[in-house]
Design a protein around this ligand. Sequence first.
Ligand code: GLN
Length: 197
Amino acid sequence: MGPVIGVLALQGDFSAHRNALKQSGAQVLEVRSVAQLDQVDGLIIPGGESTTMLRLLRLENLFEPIRNFGQHKPIFGTCAGAILLASEVLHPTQPSLGLLDMTVERNGYGRQVDSHIADIDIDGQVAEAVFIRAPIIRRTGPAVSVLASSGEIPVLVQGGLHLASTFHPELSHGSSVHQFFVRMVEKAMQERRSCLS
Ligand code: GLN
């Protein structure tokens, strides 16, 4: 049985993620409750508005359960989701799950640049990335790998079990970033199984 990937569906562009995941062959479940979170092997936190999402996570009593989930299972945060994963959030400061050792600056490209498309470099390949009121990753911890960047700025990073992008891979053609996350989830499942056996 392949992995079941949850998409946090409280706010933001969760349905585009569902479509991209389906293209990569994963089973998808929208997550709005702890009971649904318990059924998934990995979770995507979509883009949207991180302050609103934080408020809804608390309202639905999902903040702590997702933090605990992230101790054992992979989470992929895109844009607002990356802000929620970060260990430090600036401009302004706000609480976060603290699961990925990085500092992000909200709306880092400035308010006048609402959205833009840039060429990014993923593994030596040039790809198009959509940025919408995107944060800028200002610092990554020593155990975090930068998988893609736009100029000097990291835009796709992996730290431990988790993946974060400041762009929206669900809005571009192709689902290679989603496929990469599905493989991370499969690997984490295998590792958990071998720990249990
Ligand atoms: N600017 C938003 C925030 O700070 C993120 C934007 C996005 O997810 N596209 O939460």
